[in-house]
Design a protein around this ligand. Structure first.
Ligand code: FES
Length: 188
């Protein structure tokens, strides 16, 4: 099965501030409004970087170079500064990902509680390896260090939702639920 590699999602990418900017990725009025609301909570525009990346990613799915430049322009900080923020946080995607990103915890408590078995199950079910996206663009599977919910291991984060005490059956239900939710949304 063909799949799109997203393994570099959390790698540091080098960017040149003099790189020509490509048009068409200006921030929308809504994105600007959402970023503006954050200014109330921070001392200066530069400190809003991570929130701005998160907010814009919610609309666009991931942060392309052009989007990163648009945000850095709006905040008045250098693309390099914003890139260094983006690459520190694995939940900011610098490459396209699926509609649902599955962050499977691979740290010690989850490992003891069987995350390897769950990973194998997911790989079989979705026919992808960690860092890959299903050919229908619906799911990306990523491994992550501790998600801070060790007493409820094994744990997986899907978007911003935590799923705890996971079993193969719960994973099957979750995948089914996400598939039908995304199909319903695209039918609207
Ligand atoms: S080890 Fe998985 S949540 Fe902490």
């Amino acid at each position: 099965m063909s799949s799109t590699t997203a393994a570099d999602t959390i790698e540091v990418m080098e960017h040149d501030d003099t790189c020509p900017r490509i048009g068409g990725s200006k921030l929308t009025a809504e994105e600007k409004r959402e970023i503006d609301r954050e200014f109330a909570y921070y001392e200066d525009k530069g400190s809003v970087g991570l929130e701005a990346l998160r907010l814009v990613q919610r609309h666009r799915g991931w942060i392309s170079d052009e989007t990163l430049y648009a945000i850095s322009d709006y905040l008045g900080i250098s693309p390099t500064q914003l890139e260094s923020i983006a690459t520190c946080y694995q939940m900011i995607f610098r490459q396209p990902v699926g509609q649902e990103v599955l962050f499977l915890c691979k740290s010690s408590s989850c490992w003891i509680m069987g995350c390897e078995r769950l990973q194998h199950h997911l790989q079989q079910k979705l026919q992808i390896a960690p860092g890959e996206t299903t050919s229908d663009g619906m799911f990306t599977l990523l491994e992550t260090p501790c998600l801070g919910d060790c007493d409820k291991a094994p744990v997986m984060m899907v978007g911003e939702e935590m799923h705890r005490h996971l079993t193969e059956e719960k994973l099957d239900e979750l995948i089914l639920e996400k598939k039908s939710h995304n199909v319903d949304q695209s039918a609207d």
